[in-house]
Design a protein around this ligand. Structure first.
Ligand SMILES: NC(=O)c1ccc[n+]([C@@H]2O[C@H](COP(=O)([O-])OP(=O)(O)OC[C@H]3O[C@@H](n4cnc5c(N)ncnc54)[C@H](OP(=O)(O)O)[C@@H]3O)[C@@H](O)[C@H]2O)c1
Length: 323
């Protein structure tokens, strides 16, 4: 299918880890008319200003990578902000995109939409089959609402207005632009920071929370950006062939997972830390496994291209630049 490289594309959240990678990947592919707004220029929780933005700019495609994102600490401390901000941002963008005539939109969700005890690997049809992980339930509920909003607009306005709004559910992401906040970062940036500091201070040992046995899946952010554009560029019949009107989201994973102990060793070698790693089994492990079934996306023809080793080296190089 031929794509129009001159069409106007709005990337919401372009300063974030995923949004910036999407902008970079779009430009690399030759897309030449990308529009962005910073949070200060356009607060996406504000309905009137989002409406005015769509009236003014009239984009033809939207990548919705703006969201309030955080780890367990932030989700547990600010649950009201996580549900309110995310619902407002996505409601405003999806509805104003529709009102402004946007035919194609990609909504970015998260693997936390799935039940805490979902069978592994987690396939798309596990959605709404069980209880969510309580710590990030408000965030997950907003993300589920985003998927259902896209589906509802497709079902009501697909034929009459040509609306084609899609959703992708990424696994854990890492890479340039990640947050290295001491209390509020995800596992890979937290380990990069800790091993880097231990190396700088010649610390003999780094103790890691938990037993090291839980398994997790990680995808480099450039691969996520490439998958997002791949899904947007699929023709409608192909996308519809792998989805259903009320189950329209597609998982984006790496394809395999590793234990936290294996991850710690890999980060240790990317950082060049020579000391020992120990595990503090008195600290909680979280769920034993979170592994996405990405077979739909693989059948559509997409696979990740960046190994964990390559991705960690790139992430660490970016961490050093930002010190
Ligand atoms: N990171 C992961 O591991 C991961 C995993 C699965 C899914 N995802 C999904 O991927 C998407 C992007 O995540 P990310 O990691 O790139 O997050 P991020 O780095 O925090 O970026 C989010 C961006 O959204 C912007 N934003 C938030 N609220 C806004 C508002 N009210 N108005 C305007 N802009 C606003 C932020 O701007 P400010 O910083 O200026 O507020 C930021 O640039 C999210 O939907 C997330 O759920 C991420």
């Amino acid at each position: 299918m031929s794509v129009d490289l001159n069409q106007k594309i709005y990337v919401a959240g372009h300063r974030g880890m995923v949004g910036s990678a999407i902008v970079h990947n779009l430009r690399t592919k030759g897309y030449s008319n990308i529009i962005t707004r910073t949070h200060a220029e356009l607060d996406l929780t504000n309905q009137a200003t989002v409406a005015a933005f769509f009236r003014l700019e009239k984009p033809s495609q939207v990548y919705l990578a703006a969201a309030k994102v955080g780890g367990i600490y932030a989700n547990s401390t600010f649950p009201a902000e996580f549900i309110y901000d995310n619902l407002m941002v996505q409601n405003n963008i999806i509805h104003q995109a529709f009102t402004g005539g946007v035919k194609k939109l990609l909504f970015l969700g998260s693997s936390c939409i799935y039940p805490k005890l979902a069978a592994q690997p987690i396939s798309e049809d596990a959605l709404l089959t069980g209880k969510l992980e309580p710590t990030n339930e408000p965030y997950a509920i907003a993300k589920i609402a985003g998927i259902k909003m896209c589906e509802s607009y497709n079902r009501q306005y697909g034929r009459s207005h040509g609306v084609d709004y899609r959703s992708v559910m990424p696994t854990n992401l890492y890479g340039p632009g990640d947050s290295y906040h001491p209390e509020n970062s995800h596992v890979i940036p937290a380990l990069i920071r800790r091993f880097h500091e231990a190396k700088a201070n010649n610390a003999p040992e780094v103790a890691i929370w938990g037993t090291g046995t839980p398994r997790r899946e990680f995808l480099y952010v450039d691969d996520m950006a490439a998958a997002s554009i791949f899904v947007m560029e699929l023709d409608k019949a192909t996308y519809d062939g792998q989805t259903a009107p009320m189950q329209s989201h597609i998982n984006v994973g790496f394809g395999s997972d590793i234990t936290i102990a294996e991850l710690a060793k890999a980060v240790c070698s990317a950082v060049g830390y020579q000391g020992d790693i120990s595990f503090d089994a008195s600290k909680p492990d979280g769920s034993p496994r979170k592994w996405m079934d990405s077979s739909k996306l693989n059948q559509l023809g997409w696979k990740p291209s960046i190994t964990l080793e390559e991705g960690l080296a790139l992430a660490y190089a970016n961490f050093l630049i930002r010190l």
